[in-house]
Ligand binder design. Structure first.
Ligand code: FMN
Length: 224
């Protein structure tokens, strides 16, 4: 456990796992990273195929090269965003905070003590029978539970993370830097890991009730 972290329960860890994009210079204990990877590995996957691979970056050289690709990817993404309309000032402020934090990460990714790249294989997925193709869900549905397990376990150890995907803009270049065969894998997520410079807290979300339907879509009334 990180020196500054006190033990917390599973639900508190889940509730307070949010995108942390600013890190202190404090080192990250690689034993903790291994524990978080073990938590990732316990995630469910379709048919228990456990498709994910992890590339863990700790050295300055690969971190710097990946950070450069991430920044260029983010530059293009940021420039592509349409002008947004906001409901009110607080929604605007929240958006601006997220944008500024995302920009900060793009400009400082190399300084994250550890970066974990989650790979998913390019492999046939789904089935086929006499009636045709069977849609059994996408393969990445078997990878993101592992990513989130990793992030929650990291949070439980006092480490901040952010699930990011924007580096996919320059996927082939990033895979090459990592020494990953481009014809065998794609990047599911890139997760920086570090001691956060801000405090953990519960991120604002719409209440779950606003997205919940009981027994049939549109029925908002829970059964008695
Ligand atoms: C699939 C996915 C892709 C994301 N990609 C990025 C990204 O490329 N860069 C980034 O800074 N944040 C990225 N995020 C983080 C989201 O912006 C963040 O989860 C969201 O704003 C909520 O943040 P909060 O939990 O701190 O409220 C991504 C999140 C998800 C789930």
């Amino acid at each position: 456990m990180n020196a500054r972290a006190a033990p917390i329960g599973a639900v508190e860890a889940i509730m307070t796992t949010r995108a942390m994009r600013r890190f202190t210079d404090d080192p990250v204990d690689l034993e903790v990273v291994r524990t978080c990877l073990a938590a990732a590995q316990q995630a469910p996957s379709g048919g228990n195929v456990q498709p994910q691979q992890y590339v863990v970056l700790t050295d300055d050289e690969p971190k710097g090269r990946i950070a450069d690709i991430y920044r260029r990817s983010f530059d293009r993404y940021e420039a592509s965003l349409p002008v947004r309309e906001f409901r009110d000032e607080s929604q605007r402020a929240a958006w601006e905070r997220t944008s500024a934090a995302s920009r900060h990460l793009a400009d400082h990714l190399a300084a994250a003590p550890v970066i974990v790249v989650f790979l998913q294989p390019l492999m046939p997925w789904g089935g086929r029978d006499d009636e045709g193709e069977l849609d059994i869900g996408r393969l990445d549905a078997s990878v993101y539970p592992a990513v989130q397990n990793f992030c929650v376990a990291a949070r439980a150890h006092g480490l901040g993370t952010a699930l990011t995907t924007v580096i996919r803009v320059h996927s082939a270049e990033a895979l090459e830097v990592l020494g990953v065969p481009v014809d065998r894998f794609e990047i599911a997520a890139l997760v920086p890991v570090g001691v956060p410079s801000g405090r953990f807290g519960v991120a604002p979300r719409r209440p779950a009730g606003k997205a919940t339907h009981w027994n049939t879509y549109g029925n908002r009334e829970p059964p008695n």
